[in-house]
Design a protein around this ligand. Structure first.
Ligand SMILES: Cc1cc2nc3c(=O)[nH]c(=O)nc-3n(C[C@H](O)[C@H](O)[C@H](O)COP(=O)(O)O)c2cc1C
Length: 182
């Protein structure tokens, strides 16, 4: 029954057309459609640049919506490439908009860095999401190196280790969500 499905907000760190990271999220949405209502957040590129002064002056509707989507979700998946040994600026900007809030506090969260290399972004994303209070279960953060060659265009893993890692990650996220809501 769709009414009992857990809601997961999927945030893609790449705003590129034909993004591998977006394909991975879309692939997960299909694979887990019986258990989860996985909604892709599409507003990353529309968020204004973070500025703490704006908090007092009046927030853009896009920022309010983004925060509310995280707040309402049972869980969040962030899937991102590495850009210049760090997180893509647009993803970091989006996370900055949540720092003065508690929307990520205890939020069951899974992290995927799917990139050519990705170690620095992976390290950084774990640090950042722990800092905002996300609940990241064991095996819920994964690094997929050489990502472009490991997925079909539909985001289906073509590599057995990657498939296993994704399954473990999703199981961990589902377990954290279920523990959290029980
Ligand atoms: C500006 C720029 C910088 C990049 N820097 C890195 C990097 O530091 N490390 C890395 O692993 N890949 C780097 N890449 C490669 C991307 O991570 C890779 O193309 C990835 O597949 C993009 O993800 P997407 O297909 O979801 O857009 C960079 C790509 C661009 C466009």
């Amino acid at each position: 029954m769709s009414g009992s499905k857990k809601k997961v907000l999927a945030i893609c760190g790449s705003t590129r057309k034909n993004s591998t990271n977006e394909a991975i999220l879309k692939g997960l949405a299909i694979s887990y459609k019986e258990q989860l209502d996985l909604q892709l957040y599409t507003g990353l590129a529309e968020l204004p640049h973070f500025n703490p002064d704006i908090e007092d002056a009046g927030l853009a509707q896009s920022v309010k919506d983004f925060r509310q989507m995280i707040q309402k979700a049972d869980g969040v998946i962030i899937c991102t490439p590495e850009y210049v040994f760090s997180l893509p600026g647009s993803l970091k900007n989006a996370i900055e908009w949540t720092v003065s809030t508690t929307v990520f506090l205890n939020k069951p969260t899974a992290l995927i860095v799917a990139s050519g290399m990705g170690e620095k972004a992976y390290e950084s994303l774990i640090l950042i999401m722990n800092t905002v209070g996300s609940k990241i279960g064991e095996h819920a953060a994964i690094l997929i190196k050489g990502a472009r060659s490991k997925f079909s265009d539909q985001g289906v893993p073509t590599d057995s280790q990657t498939k296993k890692d994704l399954e473990k990650m999703m199981n961990s996220l589902l377990q954290t969500i279920n523990t959290h809501s029980s």
